[in-house]
Ligand binder design. Structure first.
Ligand SMILES: [Zn+2]
Ligand SMILES: [Zn+2]
Length: 337
């Protein structure tokens, strides 16, 4: 089968790979679509962890071709989304129920072979069934949505609270819909790109503002008694984090959700943070949230229709990464066939 193998930073090749035999608790999945994540861009640039040589791609869905002889819940023909994060269950953190901090975490598409391929082998326990009539390429949104659900838990939005979402890429557009489902009052979305703002306006959001415009902070402050109750940074950039902090008032919660480059740092006015009694949080991975992500998608509770999608065949993986790096679309997908 064909697969995109990461060898070292700036070296990602489409290669021919042979599939190994299945273990009893594994399934063979034919991949229908695999999303390209900002994390993949960071891995390619040598700015985020991976264990090469490895097939990248951790946001995928497909159809089960074969199930190992110990697999009870799934069979050939089932359509599934795959949770790529495999916790060990035995380390210090796993035994405290904090599986997203697992010290021996192996992630499909990062540490072991993932979804930029025609097929992949995964433990059956990582698979979540999708309805038969579900458009499989939308299954690639289950993983990012599951991570957003963790971010939402951290944000702890109370019904009626004002929420600002900084960044209207895939994550921001998912997060704003979750904030709405959580009962947020006024929702503000900020992005410097006109194309992203145009998509945000098609979702249920109160104000969409230009993040690069100095008036944006002032306008939000005027409508929220000085700032939002909850601010969620969804861009993974220093300027977005600083903007998020500028959108707070006394008692606000800030979730720094986006994955930034290792050298990125943001300035924090310490006295302001003190005076406002800010709660500053981050969010990593998707502990026990994948099931709800799949349910929300299957039930049509997340509107993906306005999302602009760039689709690439496997051979064009380099272009797919570049499309993601340039934020050319809300989401870039690799469609193996
Ligand atoms: Zn991702
Ligand atoms: Zn562990």
């Amino acid at each position: 089968m064909k697969a995109a193998q990461f060898n070292k930073p700036h070296d990602l090749q489409v290669v021919e790979r042979r599939l190994r035999a299945l273990s009893g608790d594994e399934v063979l999945v034919q991949i229908a679509a695999c999303g390209v994540c900002g994390t993949d861009v960071h891995i390619f640039a040598g700015e985020a962890h991976a264990r090469p040589p490895v097939i990248l791609g951790h946001e995928f869905a497909g159809t089960i071709i074969e199930a190992g002889n110990q697999v009870r819940e799934l069979r050939a023909g089932d359509r599934v989304a795959v949770d790529p994060n495999i916790a060990c269950g035995g380390c210090y953190y796993c035994r405290r129920g904090q599986v997203n901090f697992c010290e021996n975490l192996r992630a499909l598409g990062v540490d072991i072979d993932g979804g930029f391929a025609e097929f992949t082998i995964t433990p059956a326990k990582q698979c979540y069934k999708l309805p038969e009539d579900f458009a499989l390429e939308f299954g690639a949104f289950a993983e990012p949505l599951s991570c957003c659900l963790r971010g939402l838990e951290r944000a702890a939005i109370q019904p009626g609270q004002s929420v600002a979402i900084v960044g209207a890429g895939n994550i921001g557009l998912l997060m704003l819909q979750l904030a709405r489902l959580a009962g947020a009052g006024l929702i503000f979305v900020l992005d410097p790109l006109e194309s992203k703002r145009a998509i945000a306006t098609q979702l249920v959001v109160d104000f969409v503002l230009d993040a690069s415009h100095p008036q944006a902070v002032q306008e939000i402050a005027e409508r929220t008694h000085g700032g939002c109750d909850v601010v969620i940074e969804c861009a993974g950039k220093a300027e977005a984090a600083e903007l998020a902090l500028a959108l707070t008032k006394r008692g606000s919660r800030v979730v720094l959700f986006g994955l930034a480059a290792p050298a990125a740092y943001a300035r924090l006015y310490l006295q302001t943070a003190f005076l406002k009694e800010l709660t500053i949080l981050s969010s990593i991975l998707n502990p026990f949230t994948f099931h709800r992500a799949v349910d929300l998608l299957a039930q049509g509770k997340i509107n993906l229709a306005p999302f602009s999608l760039n689709r690439f065949v496997l051979e064009k993986i380099g272009d797919a990464l570049e499309s993601t790096r340039r934020s050319a679309a809300v989401k870039t997908l690799v469609i193996p066939d």
